[in-house]
Design a protein around this ligand. Structure first.
Ligand code: UT7
Length: 332
């Protein structure tokens, strides 16, 4: 059964606090030239005390609801894609439900690292297919800074915090005309490569005991070069696949939004896709890699800045720990 799936509203939320390359130069042995030439990143946003996965998700959700012209009470399902929920129990989605003043909804977290938004979007599509009247809040949020070792120069320059949200519904009679339509989502993963990008500490495989010390494994550990190679290959390949599956060519794409991890990865994927640079939206320079939130922040911002126009075909691509990767097509 295929039910048309609409994006009724988009929103995002970024912490105010900026961490610039100049700030990092004072913290670790690095410099603006190295960071800019290897990553394209100039600054990132970092959560202040009290800003959490749930508080940023909440603000992003309110922004998306406002964009949709909807009230929180209309929501039937709440999804939060994250690896950095405020707590292990309760889930971020349950905490977000409470913060929205709701009870009795179906609420759950989804863990797919930087591909989290597309995994959550596909879950929302499945919910809408089963329940055409559903109104699903899809948020993707990571406080990556909570799991960064700021003495590790190979990692700390790359990541930032942020949240994005989309309201997803079926094409019901009450839906306004002209909403963006999700045409397709493709997802993939390869657990055999999981060891190349990890946060092990605190999981049941590496449990912490009361009074124990928090080790470096509490933070992001990564083989950057290997991740880079797989990210380029996997994202380009799954983006081509979703176009082919829908009988579309790259020329049909008006805007391409790849995962905002590193400008060199984005350029390499764009070049494999033979995508003109002017069609590729980037904001990694301002926010760094915000993990699950990356593509939904970019989608929301690209729409708000009119980089995406009515009628545009938008191609999304993600890649992250797991490894997980995915692509999606949205007609605005
Ligand atoms: O969502 C997916 C998340 N992961 C990613 O996006 C990461 C993908 N990988 C990358 O983006 C790149 O591999 C990095 C940006 C992480 C690293 O770039 P690279 O060109 O692969 O550099 P490298 O790791 O091979 O390091 C080259 C040199 C090393 O020095 P030596 O051994 O050649 O003397 C590093 O120690 O650069 C050094 N280095 C730094 N120097 C200044 C590493 N980090 C820094 C730094 N500042 N921040």
């Amino acid at each position: 059964m295929t039910t048309s799936c609409l994006i009724r509203g988009l929103g995002h939320c970024l912490p105010e606090t900026r961490l610039t390359n100049a700030d990092l130069e004072r913290m670790v042995d690095t410099n603006d030239e190295w960071i800019t030439s290897r990553t394209g990143i100039k600054e990132r946003r970092i959560a202040a005390k009290g800003e959490t996965c749930v508080s940023l998700s909440h603000q992003a959700a309110l922004n998306a609801l406002k964009d949709a012209g909807m009230k929180p009470e209309e929501l039937t399902h709440i999804l939060v894609a994250t690896f950095s929920a405020d707590a292990i129990i309760p889930s971020a989605a349950c905490m977000l439900e409470d913060r929205l003043g709701l009870t009795g909804r179906a609420a759950m977290d989804i863990s797919a690292a930087c591909s989290g938004f597309l995994y959550a979007l596909e879950t929302a599509r499945a919910i809408v297919a089963l329940h055409p009247e559903a109104k699903v809040l899809v948020t993707a949020t990571d406080i990556v800074s909570s799991r960064i070792d700021y003495t590790d120069r190979g990692i700390c320059v790359l990541f930032g915090d942020g949240a994005g949200a989309a309201i997803v519904t079926g094409d019901t009679p009450d839906a306004p005309r002209g909403c963006p339509r999700v045409l397709d989502v493709l997802l993939a993963s390869d657990g055999s490569l999981g060891g190349l990008l990890t946060i092990k500490g605190g999981g049941s495989g590496t449990p912490y005991k009361p009074g124990g010390t928090v080790g470096r494994d509490f933070c992001v550990e990564m083989n950057g070069r290997e991740v880079f190679k797989y990210a380029v290959r996997a994202m380009a390949s799954i983006c081509k696949e979703v176009l082919a599956k829908n009988g579309l060519t790259k020329e049909a794409v008006d805007v391409f939004i790849p995962h905002q991890a590193n400008l060199r990865i984005i350029d390499a994927v764009g070049s494999r896709m033979e995508m003109p640079a002017e069609k590729v939206f980037t904001n990694v320079q301002k926010y760094g890699n915000t993990s699950a939130a990356s593509v939904i922040i970019a989608l929301s911002e690209a729409r708000a800045e009119a980089f995406i126009k009515d009628g545009d075909l938008v191609l999304l691509g993600t890649f992250g720990g797991g490894f997980t990767w995915g692509s999606a097509l949205v007609r605005f």
